[in-house]
Design a protein around this ligand. Sequence first.
Ligand code: HEC
Ligand code: HEC
Length: 412
Amino acid sequence: MKLILLLALILSAQAYAQDGNKNQSGSKYQESHEQEDGKHGDGHKHKGGMMQGDEHGHEDGENGDSHGYGGEHGGGDHGQEGGKHGDSHGDEGDEHDGGSHGHEGGSGHGHGPKLDKTSLKQFFEPLPESIIDVQENAALIKLGKKLYLDPRLSVNDKISCNSCHGLNNYGVDNEPTSPGHEGKRGGRNSPTTMNAALHIAQFWDGRASDVEEQALGPILNPVEMGMPNKGAVVQKVQAIDEYQALFAEAFSESKHPFNYNNIGVAIGAFERTLLTPSRFDDFLNGDEDALNKSEKKGLKKFMRMGCTNCHNGVAIGGNSYKKIGLVESYETEDMGRYEVTGLESDKKVFKVPSLRNITKTAPYFHDGSVETLDEAIQLMAKHQLGRDHVGHGMVRDIKAFLGSLTGKDQQQ
Ligand code: HEC
Ligand code: HEC
């Protein structure tokens, strides 16, 4: 009897594991949407695909503090490398970089982190080939792309998703804040849509759970595309001839393919194709020559300084929420995630941005107030890590490394 029970247990565990794999591959994508009739439940939570093999639990739920060290937003989670000032001591000839010489028993004596596979894996993960089955969802993706580029989704036929998230411009508009219809601006910087589907949630404050849900926001947002209500959007789209066949094909199993939710499902499916493999992915996949010397030096510094406390995982960010001004207070009116959760501890907490394509997506920070990457790196060192004086060499090297995160296909 016991034996049979045991056998049954093993079998069911196996079945479970296989099931899990299937979900991760994203092949069930379309199916799950249709079943739920677009309720955005769990159906397309196949983030697993990119966080796969994730020993560190990036996805550990909401304020997921990846890698498990440090408290959530407490003051203590910097410097996992054993000492927050661990960078000094001029390894590789950077004597002038560190203002602070390891007073806290930093580990920065000479060697620093190694760039071997095991150390890298601790922090980073290469982009997966794909997070949506492109063949199976071809019609849906095609429709989504058309909607993404279509200004007719806005009240005055002038603004599309692409106006603020240019597909030929690394998914951004390079404006501090974005002019919507009537030129009105919101208070936040347009983040890139490239790789955004990999994030734990959408928006600077994570208020939308995925790209499908997110896409429905801007169309009705009065300072963005300004449509008055859902019904008006559906009516407008439905009246456009070209969309008849596109919706019918994309939602072939549905009797009423035209509804507001499906617009988000389609745009979201398209956004899931916006991955930008970079030289850093080649490097993580074993091509040691994919990064040059200064980029490797920068990568070491990025790790040793503790940038990887927050910018880690497959998107080098995008997988946790952290306070801006964690160590040294940062001035901003924007209360970030507090406005979503109402929790005192979420004041000035934002989703940690992905650093992929970062050299191309200036200006920086939630309000677009930081013009250059040099300045962004310095502010991060100071406010997030308590490093007041980072030298020119340090900034230069880290910036060089960040350049290796630019999508290869997009580079002109
Ligand atoms: C007028 C400019 C504008 C338009 C038009 C616009 N967006 Fe955005 N988008 C923004 C801004 C600003 C934010 C950040 C807002 C926030 O976090 O509160 C944002 C956030 C996003 C995000 C979240 C990315 C992340 O890293 O969190 C995605 C995805 C996105 N937009 C996709 C779209 C799609 C799809 C459309 C079309 C349906 C669209 N946007 C239309 C300006 C725009
Ligand atoms: C404690 C967590 C944390 C650490 C450590 C950290 N960052 Fe950040 N980083 C953030 C958060 C949160 C933001 C968003 C800040 C905002 O917009 O207000 C951010 C934003 C950035 C940006 C701007 C991104 C954009 O799209 O606007 C860059 C560049 C950046 N960080 C680089 C670094 C570098 C380089 C280091 C190491 C020197 C570092 N960060 C360390 C949490 C962190």
